[in-house]
Design a protein around this ligand. Sequence first.
Ligand code: EPZ
Length: 434
Amino acid sequence: MGNTLVIKGLDGERKLEGSVRITGAKNVALKAIASTVLFRDSVKLENVPEIDDVFRMLELLREMGAEVSHTKSGSYIVSVPHNLNTDLPLEIAKRMRASIVLTGPVLARYGKVSFPHPGGCLIGSRPVDLFVEGFEKMGAKVSFKDNTYSVIAKSGLRGAEFFLKNQSVTVTETFMMAAVCAKGTTVIKNAAIEPEITDLAQFLNKCGAKIVGAGTSTITIRGGKLLTGKGKSYKTMPDRIDAGSFLILGALAARELHITNCNPVHLEAVIQALRSAGVDIKIKKAEIIVRAPAKILPVDIKTHEYPGFPTDLQAPMTVFLTQAQGESLVFETIFEGRLNYTEALAAMGAQITMMDPHRVLVRGKSELRGRKLKSPDLRAGLAFVIAAIVAKGESVIHNVDTTIDRGYEDVDKRLRAIGVSIERTESGEQTLAE
Ligand code: EPZ
């Protein structure tokens, strides 16, 4: 049985209003959870989003022998023992790509780790070659058998210098964390510069790590000792994808929407694109106020590593562009499988032409009609929710628990509060993606 969202569309009316509070960021909370392996004592994590990916990551650590207590909503204390089991439980790790970031800290602290080839969203091939190369550079031996990698560093990891052929977020985080415990100095060049990496590094530095340059393309880490969480806690930064998704929804359908507890600086590319499309956006320190315009202008979008337009907001933005008057080009440069959901938007009435696996041409304005939808991944799932809200008639979105719930906390509750007619039910539909 899967969960289903039933949404009654607004048929293009701009009437959502109120405020939406942004949660802590999934893509740093998961890494902060992994970083607890680097601590000799317990670590307090706050403003953690209550989402399925977080529950799975904590479950992984628990199964490996860590103690996890949930002190109140969004707050956890994690304590990792001296004898943690170093095999990532196959079933959970296989289903969640982000589990791979645990491998760095586990290998660095315990000298070995085994993990399955990770799964996750169906958005492209998602290789792990950079992880394998990095472990080997730091002195480990890697073998692969029965879909499982075994990595051993008999005399511990040692610092190394890397140049990443792709500016990968999880590779940067994995090796930044591994390097904290490795002997000597590690230099990561062509590192990813996403704000989640900076946030994680600042927290680790507060607890004794020596990381310099996070947020730039060269990160230098002096390693060698475990960290202490004594008297410290990590407060997860706001989720820029959660904020950006509500911003795009507001740009389509809000009389006036206040997006609170967010960091507008992290959303400059999105704000600029929406403003060029004619959207009225006001920015305060930790709040964005958005009003949908009467007429939306077309804009071309090209996804890029931070601070460029985030790939995780490409699908919601494509929905937005179906309502623009004219032609917009959407160019997905990061993942090759991340435009497949556009077929379902076309079935709702959007005019979208696939130019090649990385580019689609969107012609608007189209009237979207509600329908039955199955989300191929987490971010496209939220894009379907936005499309359903704008559409005429009712939409039924399946697979919510294996897609949308993985990354968005209380999505139906928060949408209902701003005027969306949305109900959650259980259905017998088979799940499509994990
Ligand atoms: C992170 O994925 C995020 N996930 C993704 O969010 C996000 O879309 C992506 O960064 C880009 O911003 C997490 O933080 C858990 P990458 P990640 O490695 O790190 C290539 C979501 O919905 N690559 O930065 O897995 C890869 O093929 C998710 O929240 C290699 O070549 O993405 C891609 O082209 C989806 N070899 C590029 O790097 C490797 O070994 C960037 O991917 C690894 C990656």
